[in-house]
Design a protein around this ligand. Structure first.
Ligand SMILES: CCCCCCC/C=C/C(=O)SCCNC(=O)CCNC(=O)[C@H](O)C(C)(C)COP(=O)(O)OP(=O)(O)OC[C@H]1O[C@@H](n2cnc3c(N)ncnc32)[C@H](O)[C@@H]1OP(=O)(O)O
Length: 718
C-alpha cells in the first residue's frame, strides 16, 4: 500500500509500504493512484514528497506478479499522472530505486538521494526492458550514451555516480527525507513543465549508429543469444530518434515481445531460485529455522596455491582476520606477495579502505590455529595429504572449530574419517578465481552436522557468495555433471567434428566459451592428473587395456594423447587450439590431421556431425546426470542444480539452468533423444535415460518447482 499524510508546510508525504522492498504490487499501484489524486486535489497541499518505508525507496515492479494475470492499474499511466501533476513531486531515494522504482522516480519532478542509495534500470537482468517509460525518460535526462550503458547492463549505480550523471538532483549524507521536504517547500508553486522529462529531447552523439552498433557487439560478446539487451538498444534508438509518445509505443511493443519469451521466464526463475538456495532446507529437515550458525571471528587457510590465495582474499575482504599456512618458506613468501598484491588491487578497484579488510598473517606453524573458528584446507587433490592435515588439525584446533575442505570432488567422508570430530567437517568447494566466482558448493558428508552446514552457508553469505548445499559423491553436483558433457565432446571429435565446430554450437547456445576453449584455459593436465589417479590412463592402467574402452564402456584417449605430447592448453601455446598470440585461440591444422590419423588408426568412419546432434549430445548427457543426482538425493532440488550451473559454470542465465532448460525443451523430447543416442551408442551408459527422467515424463512432465515433491526423500544424502 501507500500511506498518505499531510505535514506542516503544505506538503503531502506518500510512503510506499510493501516490505521487504516496497515492490510496486497491484495494491501499491492502486494506493499510489489514490494518494497522488488526493494530494493533487487537496487545496492545502502545495508539493508532494514520495518515499519508501524502512529506508528503501522501491525495488521495482513486483516480479511475482509477472507469472500471474496482470491486475490493477498499469505503471505507465500512473507515472504519467505523476509527471503531469502541477504540484511538484519530489522522490526521496533511500536504499534502492531499481527497475520500475527508478522509473517511478523519473516520473517525479525532482529526485533527492541518500549517499548510501543505489539506482538502476535492472529489468534486463530479468529478461525484460524498462517498460514503464525508463527507456524513454533516462536518455532524455542523461543523454543517450550513459543511458544506453545503464539500460543494457542493468548495473547498480551509486548515489555519487547518479548525481554526477544527473539522474538525481542532490545527494545527502544526512536525512534525504528532511532534505526533500525542505526542498519541496522551495519549489512549491513553480511551473513544472520544464521538469517533465517526456518533454525533453535526448542528447544524442553524432555517430549514434556506431554507438548503438558498438553496444550490440559488446552484448553479443557478453550475453550471446540474449534477447533483452538487444531490445534495450532498439528502445534507446527510439528515444534518440522519435517523439516521446512514439518512443513509448516502441517500448511497449518490445516489452510485449520480451514478456512472453522463454528467456524472461528463465531469468526470473534464476532470480527466485538463487534466493531459494540461500534458504537451504534439506530433506532431512535441517534449515535456518532450527539450526544456528557458529560465529566466525577468525579463519585460516591451508595452502596458498591458486585456490588458497583467492579464498584468503575473499575472507579478508569480508573483514574476517585470516591465518594463511604453507609448508615451506619459499611458498609462504610467494603466497604472501601474491595475496598482498591481490588485496591492493581489490581495494583500489572496490575503494575498500584497509581498515575494512580482515588482517592476514602468514605462518608455517599449524599450531597458530589453536583459536581459529574455521579452517579451510586448500591443498592439492591428494587424499592422503588431506587426511594427514585433518588429523593434525584435530589435535591443534579448538574442538568446536569447523574444518572445511576445498576439494573439488574427493570423498568428504573419507577426509572426515581422519578428524576426531567428523560432524564438524564440511566441503566448501570454491570456484576459480575464488575471490571472483560467486558459487560455493557446501558439501555435506553423511556425518556432517546441520550446524556445520549452517556455518558454511552463513560464511557464503558473508563472502557475498551463493552457497548451495549438496551431497557427497565424486565430483559433487557441478563437476559430476561436467564429466558426461566433456566426454560427449571428445566422442564427437572422434566421430568427425572439429573442436571449433563443437565450441561454436555451445557458444551460440549462450556459453561464454565452448568446452574445448574452457579446457585450454584451465589446462588439460587438470583432467589428465585425475584420470591417472583413477587408473584410466598412465602407469596404473593395466597392460593390454584397449585404447578406446574402460570396463566395457567407451573411453576416449584423445585428451591423454594431447597431454602426453605436451599440449596442455594456453599455458603451452597448444591444446585443442593453437595460441600464437597470447589467449587467442585459432584452429590448428596439426590437430585436424592428428584427428584424421586417429580415426583411420581406429577404423572410425568420419562423418559430418550436425549442430543439433552436437548440442543435444553435450547438453542432454549433462542434464541426464542432473536427473541421476536428483534420483540419488545428492541435490535437494532441480533449482539447486540450476543455481550451481548458472553461477559457477557459465550456463547462460537466459536459459535458466540445465534442469529448467530440459523442462522448457520438453522432457519427452529429452527422453526421446537420449533413447535415440543411447541406441546408437550402447557403449556410452551415460546416455541411458535416468529413471528420474522417465518418472517425470510418466507423470506428465510437471513444472520444475513440483519435482522436489517427487524425489524420494528416503534416498536423500542431505
Ligand atoms: C507488462 C507489465 C510489466 C510492466 C512493468 C515493467 C517495468 C518494470 C519492471 C520491473 O521493475 S522488474 C523489477 C526490477 N527490480 C529489480 O530487478 C530488483 C530486484 N531485487 C533486487 O535486486 C534485490 O532484491 C534488492 C532490491 C537489491 C534487495 O536485495 P536484498 O539482498 O536486500 O534482499 P533479497 O533477498 O534480494 O530480497 C528480499 C526479498 O524481496 C523479494 N524481492 C526483491 N525484489 C523484488 C521485486 N521487485 N518483486 C518481488 N519480490 C522482490 C526477494 O525475492 C526476497 O524475497 P524472499 O526470497 O525473501 O521471499
Amino acid at each position: 500500500m501507500a500511506l498518505y499524510r499531510r505535514i506542516p508546510g503544505a506538503i503531502a508525504v506518500i510512503t510506499l509500504t510493501n516490505p521487504p522492498v516496497n515492490a510496486l504490487s497491484c495494491t501499491v499501484r492502486e494506493a499510489i493512484y489514490e494518494t497522488v489524486k488526493r494530494a493533487t486535489a487537496d487545496q492545502e497541499v502545495k508539493a508532494i514528497v514520495l518515499c519508501g518505508a524502512n529506508g528503501k525507496f522501491c525495488g521495482g515492479a513486483d516480479i511475482k506478479e509477472f507469472s500471474r494475470e496482470m491486475r490493477g492499474p498499469p505503471l505507465v499511466p500512473m507515472i504519467d499522472m505523476i509527471e503531469e501533476s502541477e504540484k511538484p513531486v519530489v522522490a526521496v531515494i533511500e536504499g534502492v530505486a531499481f527497475g520500475g522504482g527508478l522509473e517511478l522516480a523519473l516520473g517525479c519532478h525532482y529526485r533527492i538521494a541518500h549517499s548510501g542509495a543505489q539506482v538502476g534500470l535492472t529489468e534486463v537482468t530479468l529478461g525484460l526492458l524498462p517498460a514503464a517509460g525508463g527507456t524513454q525518460r533516462l536518455p532524455r535526462l542523461i543523454g543517450v550514451p550513459a543511458a544506453l550503458d545503464i539500460i543494457t547492463t542493468g548495473r547498480h549505480v551509486s548515489a555519487q555516480e547518479a548525481v554526477r550523471l544527473g539522474i538525481v538532483d542532490k545527494v545527502t549524507d544526512s536525512s534525504a527525507m528532511e532534505e526533500a521536504i525542505e526542498f519541496a517547500k522551495t519549489v512549491a508553486g513553480e511551473p513544472m513543465g520544464p521538469r517533465r522529462l517526456s518533454l525533453w529531447t535526448a542528447a544524442c552523439p553524432e555517430d549514434l549508429d556506431s554507438l548503438l552498433e558498438g553496444a550490440l557487439v559488446r552484448i553479443r560478446q557478453r550475453s550471446r543469444g540474449a534477447l533483452a539487451p538487444v531490445a534495450c538498444v532498439q528502445a534507446v534508438r527510439a528515444a534518440a530518434s522519435l517523439p516521446f509518445a512514439q518512443g513509448m509505443k516502441k517500448e511497449q511493443e518490445l516489452m510485449a515481445y520480451l514478456f512472453t519469451s522463454g528467456q524472461a521466464r528463465a531469468m526470473q526463475y534464476c532470480f527466485f531460485t538463487q534466493r531459494a538456495a540461500a534458504r537451504w532446507t534439506t530433506p532431512s529437515g535441517a534449515s535456518w529455522e532450527n539450526t544456528k550458525a557458529r560465529p566466525v571471528r577468525q579463519a585460516a587457510v591451508i595452502g596458498l596455491g591458486t585456490m588458497g590465495k583467492g579464498i584468503a582474499v575473499s575472507l579478508s575482504r569480508a573483514g574476517i582476520p585470516v591465518i594463511a599456512v604453507e609448508t615451506e618458506q619459499k611458498r609462504l613468501k610467494a603466497g604472501r606477495k601474491a595475496v598482498n598484491s591481490m588485496l591492493t588491487r581489490e581495494s583500489q578497484k572496490r575503494g575498500l579502505a584497509e581498515a575494512h579488510l580482515g588482517s592476514i598473517s602468514f605462518t608455517l606453524d599449524l599450531r597458530k590455529l589453536r583459536d581459529t573458528d574455521l579452517v579451510i584446507e586448500a591443498v592439492f587433490e591428494d587424499m592422503a595429504l588431506k587426511k594427514q592435515i585433518f588429523s593434525k588439525l584435530s589435535s591443534v584446533c579448538r574442538p568446536d572449530a569447523l574444518l572445511c575442505t576445498n576439494t573439488s570432488g574427493l570423498n568428504i567422508d573419507e577426509i572426515a574419517s581422519a578428524a576426531s570430530r567428523p560432524e564438524l567437517v564440511v566441503g566448501t568447494h570454491f570456484f576459480a578465481p575464488a575471490h571472483v566466482m560467486k558459487l560455493l558448493e557446501v558439501v555435506c558428508g553423511p556425518r556432517t552436522s546441520p550446524v556445520a552446514v549452517a556455518t558454511a552457508m552463513q560464511l557464503a553469505k558473508r563472502l557475498e557468495k551463493i552457497g548451495v548445499v549438496v551431497g557427497n559423491c565424486s565430483g559433487f553436483v557441478g563437476n559430476r555433471m561436467m564429466r558426461p558433457y566433456t566426454e560427449q565432446a571428445y566422442y564427437l571429435l572422434e566421430e568427425g567434428a572439429r573442436p571449433e565446430e563443437v565450441d561454436l554450437v555451445l557458444e551460440e547456445f549462450g556459453f561464454a566459451m565452448g568446452i574445448f576453449r574452457v579446457m585450454d584455459l584451465s589446462g588439460l593436465d587438470v583432467g589428465w592428473r585425475s584420470r591417472k589417479e583413477l587408473g584410466l590412463t598412465g602407469p596404473k592402467l593395466p597392460p593390454g587395456t584397449e585404447a578406446r574402452s574402460r570396463g566395457g564402456k567407451r573411453y576416449s584417449p584423445l585428451p591423454d594423447i594431447l597431454c602426453e605430447s605436451g599440449r596442455l592448453g594456453q599455458k603451452t601455446g597448444r591444446g585443442w587450439y593453437l595460441y600464437e598470440k597470447e589467449r587467442v585461440a585459432t584452429p590448428d591444422p596439426w590437430l585436424q590431421s592428428f584427428l584424421e590419423d586417429y580415426r583411420s588408426r581406429f577404423g572410425i568412419q568420419s562423418r559430418r556431425v550436425g549442430q543439433d546432434e552436437i548440442l543435444e549430445r553435450c547438453l542432454y548427457s549433462l542434464i541426464n546426470e542432473g536427473f541421476r543426482i536428483l534420483q540419488e538425493g545428492i541435490a535437494a532440488s532441480p533449482e539447486d542444480i540450476d543455481v550451481i550451473y548458472v553461477s559457477g559454470y557459465g550456463w547462460p542465465r537466459h536459459r535458466g539452468g540445465p534442469m529448467f532448460y530440459a523442462w522448457m525443451v520438453g522432457l519427452p523430447k529429452v527422453l526421446d533423444k537420449l533413447e535415440h543416442y543411447h541406441r546408437t551408442h550402447p557403449d556410452i551408459p551415460n546416455l541411458a535415460p535416468s529413471s528420474m527422467l522417465r518418472k517425470l515424463v510418466a507423470r506428465g512432465s510437471p513444472p520444475v518447482h513440483q519435482w522436489r515433491a517427487l524425489i524420494q526423500q528416503h534416498s536423500s544424502q542431505l
